[in-house]
Write a protein that binds this ligand. Structure first.
Ligand code: SF4
Ligand code: SF4
Ligand code: FES
Length: 535
């Protein structure tokens, strides 16, 4: 095909009768995917640079070529005619699966990969109902390959994805294939340990159940889990993730592909910190302090009415927020503060060590261990090292959406001089002891919303868990309070409406819509000034 100046060169080929045009250099396997034709693969992974053509399960027939070709390394060419369903190609694929099953244990009923295993799927598709092997299977046992990762050698199909992830993406030569042939297994390089901040990705790239996170072992079957598209709140990078939940508990996090943020990967801190967040006491009903000084439960209607009455009477105040709150909640609080005549507001950020993924350096576990520092700054809240305590007569409004305990919140004595303390919290937190009213709000895992990451990318997250008790999203509660105080905008009941209300008056979000954000997010139009104290 001829190349016009400025136009990318393409080739057009036919795969199983379907004509497909792809950029020059595209492999036949990728072209087949684009044409909607399923070709099995094991050793190929779109995020790992090398294609060793090792497993041979992607063989296809090409007209004019005598032998079957591995489609994962074969360049698509003009006028090429490819067949994936000839008897010869099908037999070759079936033979590869049969060979793998000679020693692979039939332990799908207890394997954590069951239901999402590429060997199980292709064995089913190629009709491997009976084995022709009478000899006992080779038993190799299991090994702890890292602190929290187990290796089931019997299940391993030596696709080398894990070895190549470590070598080419993590750029840490920690894993090797030891031995050869049917004795081959994966091991750490002699004298080395697997101890890399991104090593959990080897479990994700494993196409079978050979590598398993220990904290997920025997915990949930694939079909028992609900999955939600979300954003990791572990740091300001905002990796795209899928949150898997069982019985309203987060059981697993996996990276979700986003070429502009995290590619196919995520760090181990993000994985662990959220799974650990299931524990602890939650705020489940509104609590109001009565004349005896005791916090007593109230229904939402009564609680909101009485909180609105109290807020209407305040003369001065200050706000303390968390950069774990979503954009919509922070915007909702900003509008309420503006209505009350309260300027500014502060937040603290937990800090930690950084770690970079060498093969995709944009992905970094960042120092700021919060997902929405940029969002908090966008809506006029200021990063501080130590929060300023309210002076005598000032009210204090606290917004804390964290699913875990929030270590950035000050001790109860912080609010000693406050005239009135309102806490909107997913957990009671230390300031609850001094609060006049506590309104239970959902954590990010229990609602929909958006975060803005370190470089100004606004990304949506979906609800993964049921809310605790009668907790509601902070943006909903804040909009209701504003409406009761006579402010504009009415009560927001949907995340999409809360987003549109925010985007319509925020110049940096001009032109953005909830549906337009999709699952990959959009960049702010202007950068946000991220100045502030960093101590
Ligand atoms: S452990 Fe998994 S990813 Fe690694 S070689 Fe074996 S099958 Fe492939
Ligand atoms: S780099 Fe940050 S956002 Fe990404 S997975 Fe790790 S903690 Fe989560
Ligand atoms: S995917 Fe092509 S040879 Fe393994």
């Amino acid at each position: 095909m001829s190349e016009q100046k400025g136009v990318a060169e393409t080739v057009t080929l036919t795969i199983d009768g379907a004509e497909v045009t792809v950029p020059k250099g595209t492999k036949v396997l990728d072209a087949a995917q684009r044409a909607g034709v399923v070709v099995p693969f094991y050793c190929y992974h779109p995020g790992i640079p090398t294609r060793p053509a090792q497993c041979r399960v992607c063989l296809v027939s090409v007209e004019g070529q005598g032998k079957l070709q591995p489609s994962c390394v074969l360049d698509a060419a003009d006028d090429m005619v490819v067949h994936t369903d000839t008897g010869e190609a099908r037999l070759a694929r079936k033979s590869v699966i049969e060979l793998l099953l000679v020693n692979h244990p039939l332990d799908c009923p207890i394997c954590d990969a069951a239901g999402q295993c590429m060997l199980q799927d292709y064995a089913f598709e190629t009709g491997q109902l009976e084995s022709r092997v009478d000899e006992p299977k080779q038993v190799m046992g299991r090994d702890r390959i890292a602190d929290d990762i187990l290796y089931f050698a019997d299940r391993c199909i030596i696709c080398t994805r894990c070895v190549r992830f470590m070598r080419e993406v993590a750029e840490d030569d920690a894993l090797v294939v030891a031995q050869r042939g049917h004795r081959a297994y994966i091991d750490t390089f002699p004298g080395r340990e697997l101890d890399h901040p991104f090593q959990g990705n080897i479990v994700d790239v494993c196409p079978v159940g050979a590598l398993v996170h220990e904290d997920f072992l025997f915990k949930a079957r694939f079909w028992d889990m609900d999955s939600a598209s979300s954003v990791c709140p572990g740091c300001s990078t905002g990796c795209n993730v899928s949150v898997a939940a069982k019985e309203n508990q987060i059981v697993r996090l996996k990276p979700r592909h986003n070429a502009d943020v995290n590619s196919y990967w995520m760090c181990d801190h993000g994985r662990k910190h959220l799974v650990m967040a299931n524990r602890g006491i939650r705020t489940e009903v509104p609590l109001l302090r009565d004349e005896d000084g005791e916090l007593r439960p109230a229904d939402w209607k009564d609680a909101l009415r009485r909180v609105a009455e109290s807020l209407a009477g305040i003369e001065a105040g200050r706000a303390l927020v968390t950069p774990h709150a979503c954009n919509e909640s922070l915007f909702g609080l900003r509008r309420l503060l503006d209505h009350l005549g309260i300027e500014g507001g502060e937040f603290r950020v937990e800090r930690g060590d950084t770690a970079r993924l060498a093969g995709f350096p944009k992905l970094e576990l960042r120092e700021d261990r919060a997902p929405n520092v940029t969002g908090a700054e966008l809506f006029g809240f200021r990063r501080v090292g130590e929060a300023t305590a309210p002076s005598t007569g000032e009210a204090l409004l606290v917004l804390s959406e964290r699913l875990e305990e929030d270590p950035t919140l000050p001790a109860p004595s912080f609010a000693d001089d406050a005239s009135y303390v309102l806490v909107l919290g997913a957990r009671p937190g230390p300031l609850a002891r001094r609060a006049d009213a506590i309104l239970p709000i959902t954590s990010f895992a229990e609602m929909q919303g958006t975060f803005t990451n370190f470089e100004g990318r606004v990304q949506r997250f979906d609800q993964a868990l049921r809310e605790a008790g009668i907790a509601r999203p902070a943006w909903m509660v804040l909009s209701r309070l504003l409406a009761l105080l006579g402010g504009e905008g009415g009560t927001l009941l949907e995340a999409s409406a809360a987003f549109e209300a925010m985007a319509s008056v925020t110049p940096e979000m001009e032109g953005m819509s909830w549906s337009g954000l999709g699952l990959k997010g959009l960049d702010l139009r202007r950068s946000v000034d991220v100045a502030g104290e960093r101590s």
